[in-house]
Design a protein around this ligand. Structure first.
Ligand SMILES: Nc1nc2c(ncn2[C@@H]2O[C@H](COP(=O)(O)OP(=O)(O)OP(=O)(O)O)[C@@H](O)[C@H]2O)c(=O)[nH]1
Length: 287
């Protein structure tokens, strides 16, 4: 499957982020817990070097709890702080506060040794489109937080949200572009809905999803749609069309309708909590 990509405006976004990152101490990076590696751009490691790093595995209401643990260990081993999160329901938000404070302690201690007092730790949120950056900022900062005005000099043109006496958050998130190192990454991003559906072949995408489910979550399709679990993916798609009455005007089975239904039900969590990527297979390529 081929994916088209138009990185034109990304150069501008990256330049902006390079500027913003100079102002902060802590990078709060959101990834999608269903595809923790494919939903990050490893360039952030270079951009955010010498900064404290927190990875939030967001949308963990949709991902597999067992794999969340595996991925958390994977990232922690690499030196990141990690929290699993559902930014919409605010589950995990308390952990974020605790971890941010932990990261702050290190910074405050460093400042103290250098004789700098009362300088708040500054953080910014980064992540690929649609990963939940705005939802997170709204949930985390809440309405109670005071937005500080533009400050001359260092923070010119920037709005900071004061979270507490020690922490300020840049109110605009940095947008990272996903990195299409291989077609698999494109496939995963397409499956979670991070790429516009208009440029995708939904039929092909659904067959790829069926393959992944048959291999990693073998009972899911049978339980939801009553299909045969040992059939080939196109046959299974036909059975979904049949069982869900996806029929074209001419009275034939409508495979595209069934494909769209399957993808939609996967994205909205109706198939259960599913993680598409596995840390063991990916290990090594995450460097
Ligand atoms: N299920 C679920 N949905 C979430 C979660 N967090 C955000 N969403 C949804 O994901 C969609 C995208 O969220 P946004 O906060 O707009 O994402 P963003 O990263 O700011 O997106 P861009 O503005 O495109 O960069 C919205 O429909 C949110 O409601 C979560 O933890 N779980």
């Amino acid at each position: 499957m081929q994916f088209q990509w138009y990185p034109g405006h990304m150069t501008k976004a990256k330049r902006q982020m390079q500027e913003d990152i100079k102002l902060i101490d802590l990078v709060i990076e959101l990834v999608d817990a269903r595809i923790p590696l494919a939903s990050r751009n490893p360039d952030i490691d270079e951009l955010g070097k010498n900064k404290a790093r927190l990875i939030l595995m967001n949308k963990s209401d949709l991902s597999d709890a067992g794999r969340n643990r595996e991925w958390s260990d994977f990232f922690r081993e690499k030196g990141y702080y990690v929290v699993c999160l559902d930014a919409r329901s605010k589950a995990g938000m308390k952990d974020v506060t605790n971890v941010v404070m932990e990261a702050c302690k290190e910074k405050i201690e460093r400042d103290r040794k250098r004789g700098i007092k009362n300088r708040p730790v500054r953080a910014m949120v980064v992540g690929i489109p649609n990963v939940g950056k705005s939802t997170f900022i709204n949930s985390y900062a809440g309405k109670a937080c005071v937005k500080t005005g533009n400050k001359p000099g260092v923070t010119k043109g920037k709005q900071w949200i004061r979270l507490n006496k020690n922490v300020e958050l840049l109110d605009t998130p940095g947008i990272l572009w996903p990195k299409f190192e291989d077609q698999r990454v494109g496939l995963y991003l397409a499956l979670i809905g991070a790429i516009k559906d208009e440029i995708l072949n939904i039929d092909e995408l659904s067959l790829e999803l069926i393959k992944i489910l048959l291999s990693d979550y073998p009972t899911v399709l049978k339980e939801r749609y009553g299909v045969e679990e040992d059939a080939e993916p196109p046959v299974i798609l036909g059975q979904i069309a049949e069982n869900r009455k996806c029929i074209s005007k001419g009275g034939e089975l409508d495979y595209s309708k069934a494909a769209a239904l399957l993808i939609d039900e996967f994205r909205s969590g109706k198939l259960g909590q599913i993680t598409l990527e596995r840390p063991k297979i990916q290990d090594g390529s995450a460097e």
